[in-house]
Design a protein around this ligand. Structure first.
Ligand code: TRP
Length: 454
């Protein structure tokens, strides 16, 4: 029985579109490209794909199944299905991760929005005197400008969640996501003509096996898989909770994972040939997209600015549907917990998340000497803790809950797998492979297997 007054998706398509809208976002373009660039390219991509296939997809299915069965939020679902048991820590960590991720997501999405407006005004149609990278650095190190754009983006996100799931989330995805897909394909074809195609493609698709010796790439790949799939923090549990019982979950899970991965790979084909054509280091970090894409639009010549405009507009829209899903996780929990109205919950939680994001923004400029983890700045540290620790840990618990906390027959029935071989494989991956792999990757990232020779 759905909780009282809970909305449901208006159609089967509505749910899949919302889940896809959550998955496809800055993670596919901004984060995928810079993390791939920092971790050596093709070898990283391979590990990332393996993580999606063997860990990501089974856990998407687990989240969908839990959500649809429980018809509640990230925490409430566990309370409902396993009262008094500790599984709900996964949900609590998930809500915490939603705060952390959206706090810096709003900062980056603010940068995207700023670029959109600069293409709208024509300001970036020609190269600024300080160059495109100078323009970027000047902007993000400024104290107030990025905060204003972060604020604007968060207001938009809050506005959409304010209006509610059905009306708010289902719509934007239908038109804008396909448009983004088409634009990325067009731009990647163009990028291949810029003279860096062979180097760029080799970087992305021909593994340098020695990169596998670095224990850091495993945790980076795992974190990227979770981040990009919106996985491990109950976002998909929350969305599944708005789903009625008639739905084919495996089909939905494969479509979401497949589409998300496709977006990432196409972004890679768009970005890396250009990176080599314009002589920018692939490991330039989180600014990579902002520094490379304006060069690409500039090189198109007359009318290139239109592409820049479309690119940053559609990316901002994709970021918005993802941000909505992050905010929804936290809001769904708090409005149930404290019996707030949706409107009240959205304003309070959205406001708090905006405030939490401020240090990440200032960390690019006035607070740039502060690092929390290693030499990572504030934004990067939030990202690391949430994406590389909280999400995989949440995913680990969700896998164990579905694999061991449910009766086998219930799990198979409630997931729509039925008594199929693939259902058996799914449970095997949840019971053994995914938990063990995540555990080993954690160990390796804290240097457990390092020989000390390096
Ligand atoms: N997947 C989104 C992206 O790639 C970001 C995102 C939305 C997310 N919801 C999430 C990440 C939940 C982790 C968990 O941009």
């Amino acid at each position: 029985m759905p909780e009282q007054g809970r909305e449901q998706w208006t159609s089967r398509l509505g749910f899949i579109l919302a889940a896809m809208g959550s998955a496809v976002g800055l993670g596919n373009v901004w984060r995928f490209s810079y993390v791939t660039g920092e971790n050596g390219g093709a070898a990283f991509l391979l590990i990332y794909l393996i993580c999606i296939l063997l860990i990501g997809i089974p856990i998407i299915m687990a989240e969908f199944t839990i959500g649809r069965k429980a018809q509640s939020d990230a925490v409430g679902s566990f309370e409902k299905l396993a009262p008094g048991k500790p599984w709900k820590v996964a949900g609590i960590m998930g809500v915490a991760a939603a705060f952390m991720i959206l706090s810096f997501y709003g900062v980056i999405a603010g940068w995207i929005s700023y670029y959109f407006v600069n293409y709208l005004t024509g300001n970036l149609w020609t190269m600024p005197a300080e160059g495109y990278d100078g323009f970027f650095v000047n902007f993000i190190t400024n104290t107030w400008h990025p905060l204003i754009w972060q604020f604007i983006f968060m207001v938009l996100t809050i506005g959409i969640v304010f209006v509610g799931v059905k009306k708010g989330i289902e719509r934007a995805n239908k038109i804008l996501m396909p448009l983004l897909g088409i634009l990325l394909i067009v731009l990647s074809i163009y990028s291949l003509t810029l003279g860096g195609a062979s180097e760029g493609l080799a970087f992305l698709f021909t593994p340098d096996w020695s990169a596998l010796a670095d224990p850091k790439i495993y945790i980076a790949a795992l974190g990227q898989a979770f981040f990009s799939l919106s996985l491990g923090m109950g976002a998909l549990i929350t969305y599944g909770g708005y789903l009625s019982q008639k739905e084919n979950l495996p089909g939905a899970a494969y479509s979401v994972a497949g589409l998300d991965t496709l977006f990432a790979i196409i972004s890679g084909i768009m970005i890396f040939p250009a990176v080599f054509a314009f002589g920018i280091a692939p490991d330039s970090g989180p600014g990579l997209v902002f520094m490379i894409m304006p060069d690409v639009f500039d090189s198109i010549g007359f009318g290139g600015g239109i592409f820049g405009l479309a690119f940053f507009f559609l990316l901002a829209a994709a970021a918005l549907t993802s941000a909505v899903s992050l905010l929804e996780v936290a809001v769904a929990y708090f409005i149930r917990k404290f019996s707030w109205t949706r409107q009240k919950g959205v304003l309070i939680i959205g406001g708090i998340i905006f405030l939490i994001g401020i240090p990440s923004s200032l960390g690019q400029g006035v607070l740039s000497n502060i690092s929390i983890i290693g030499d990572r700045d504030i934004l990067d540290s939030f990202d690391f803790i949430a994406s590389n620790i909280f999400l995989p840990l949440g995913g680990l618990i969700i896998a164990l809950f579905m694999g061991w906390g449910w009766k086998k027959a219930d799990a198979l029935r409630d997931s729509d797998y039925g008594d199929s071989a693939i259902g058996q494989l799914w449970l095997f991956l949840l019971r053994y492979l995914a938990p063990i792999a995540i555990f080993l990757i954690f160990l390796s990232s804290i240097g457990f297997f390092s020989t000390g020779v390096e």
